[in-house]
Structure formats: C-alpha cells, structure tokens
Design a protein around this ligand. Structure first.
Ligand SMILES: Nc1ncnc2c1ncn2[C@@H]1O[C@H](COP(=O)(O)OP(=O)(O)O)[C@@H](O)[C@H]1O
Ligand SMILES: CC(=O)N[C@@H](CCC(=O)OP(=O)(O)O)C(=O)O
Length: 264
C-alpha cells in the first residue's frame, strides 16, 4: 500500500508564529501524500477572553456553549486554518483548508449529556477518507480544522484535534500504509515532565500505565496517548509523538517517542 502521513500540530506551536513557520517549512518538504490536522485551543481561549466568553475545560475538553461555538468556528475554521493554508501556499504546498463540514468529510454526533454537558462537542461517527484521498490524488494537501458537523442538523461541532487526527488515520488504514505524528512543543513523551531531555524512545502500554499511575504522564498527554494507542490498535502502522522542530528526525527514527505495543 502507498504510504500516507497524518500530522497533527498542537496549540502551543500554533500560538508561536516563528515555531509554526519552522514546522510548516519542514512539513512542506515531506514527500508522499500527507494531511495536516491543526489544533489552536490556546488561541481560542485568548480570543474568547477578549470577547468576554469564559473558557471551561473538563478532562482536556472544552465545554462549548453557543457563544464558545461561535468563537471556535471563527478561530479554528477561519483565523488558524486560513493562516496555515496561506503560509503553505507560499512554501510551495498546494493546501486546501477544510472543516469536517466541507465536502462532508467528518461527521459527528453531539456528545450525549451524562454527568457533564459538553455542549456543542462532537463525537466522530464517520470519516470520508475516500474524499480526503481524492484531494491527495489532485495533489492537494488537506488542512483540517478541529470542527465536525452534525449531518442531521448541519450544526458545527467542536472536536478535539488529537481525536480528529486519530479518527482520520484509522479510517485510512485499509487504503494506505498510515503514519500518525503528533507534533507539539516538547521533545516527546518525557519520563520526567520537568526534564526536557528525559524522552522515552519507545512507549509500551505497560510503561504508559506505570507513568500514569506515578503522575509523571498527566494532563493533555493522557488523551493524546489514549488516541495514539487506539490508532495503533486499529491498524495504523506507526505512531510518533515529537517536537515540532524535530519532525524530520522523528520520521527518520532518531528523535521523539514511538508508540509501540511491545519493545522492539
Ligand atoms: N510526561 C509528559 N511528557 C510530555 N508532556 C507531558 C507529559 N505529561 C504531561 N504533559 C503535558 O502534555 C501537554 C501536551 O498535551 P496538549 O496540551 O493537549 O498538547 P497539544 O498542544 O498538542 O494539544 C504538554 O504541553 C505537557 O505540558
Ligand atoms: C472539544 C475540544 O476540546 N476541542 C478542542 C479543539 C482544539 C484542540 O484540540 O486544540 P489543541 O490541539 O491545540 O489542544 C478545543 O476547543 O480546545
């Protein structure tokens, strides 16, 4: 099967214009079919504050009431997505910016209210990876904002970008040899979150469980790793977590953390 790389870039890098440009410059040099999913949670929080909309996060997920849905639609679907697409165009990559609603590529259901009402947060039900590949076949590089659509009502929904990248990668596994890369502002999954050089080269489920129990893997890294292992279990060939500045080295196997089922 032909290879395809799904990359996700996180909010702390997007919030740093120089770091984002460095990442997009490397991204644009990657050969083969590729797709970029972006976050932008940090910018959404900043702009919400300017607009007087309060941010509440529960387990790393944003409570998205109607005013917040308007903010994230503007920030993810507009500001962040179009700035990335614009930069990629100047770097020689013919990018096309999409939300899940565009060409109906990612559909979701509004998360049911149990203990917590997340509001307009979407749980993905369907990815049209065939359509995403049709863009690749036209030499277009999809750049996905973390917004999905409720197919029955047409309402946009807010979906975590790590989860979106995982769901797209998983839907592609029967068509492509898929690599999933989570890029962020640390050198990988760290054994000691205060020591930037304590990168775990290969992370197994056992080592993950130990670090989680000890508290050395915490906060946003927990949903990221749950997504990473879910992707691997569903047939994604390779899952990597790395610094946005070390993308090329991580793909060559000399930087970052490889998520594995057993130590190789
Ligand atoms: N063991 C760990 N190694 C690296 N990062 C960790 C670890 N434990 C917790 N983190 C935190 O996880 C964060 C990444 O998750 P998140 O904020 O969701 O990333 P993103 O910006 O990619 O969406 C890092 O900024 C870091 O603060
Ligand atoms: C439902 C939910 O939490 N959605 C996320 C989507 C953005 C995101 O995931 O951005 P980062 O990757 O930069 O964290 C949010 O609004 O924060």
């Amino acid at each position: 099967m032909n290879p395809l790389t799904v990359l996700k870039i996180g909010g702390n890098v997007i919030d740093n214009p120089a770091a984002l440009t460095r990442f997009l410059t490397t991204f644009s040099t990657l050969t083969g079919d590729k797709l970029l999913v972006h976050g932008g949670g940090k910018i959404a929080t900043q702009i919400a504050e300017k607009l007087g909309v309060q941010t509440t996060m529960v387990d790393g997920r944003r409570i998205t009431d109607k005013p917040m849905l308007d903010v994230v639609t503007m920030v993810y679907g507009g500001l962040v997505n179009k700035q990335i697409v614009g930069q990629l165009q100047t770097l020689g990559t013919n990018a096309i910016g999409l939300t899940g609603a565009d060409a109906g590529v990612v559909k979701a259901n509004k998360r049911p209210v149990k203990d917590i009402d997340y509001g307009f947060v979407g749980d993905i039900t369907e990815v049209d990876s065939g359509r995403l590949l049709s863009f690749a076949n036209e030499s277009l590089v999809p750049v996905m904002a973390p917004l999905t659509v409720d197919a029955s009502s047409g309402t946009l929904l807010n979906t975590n970008a790590d989860t979106l990248a995982q769901a797209i990668a998983v839907d592609l596994v029967h068509k492509r040899d898929v690599t999933l890369v989570y890029c962020f502002e640390k050198k990988g999954v760290l054994a000691n979150p205060d020591d930037d050089n304590s990168v775990i080269n290969q992370l197994t489920p056992e080592v993950y469980a130990e670090h989680k129990a000890a508290g050395s893997i915490n906060k946003g890294m927990i949903p990221k790793l749950d997504n990473a292992f879910a992707a691997l279990n569903a047939g994604v060939a390779r899952v990597i977590i790395c610094h946005a500045d070390e993308l090329a080295a991580a793909l060559a196997g000399t930087a970052g953390t490889s998520i594995v089922m057993n130590n190789e």
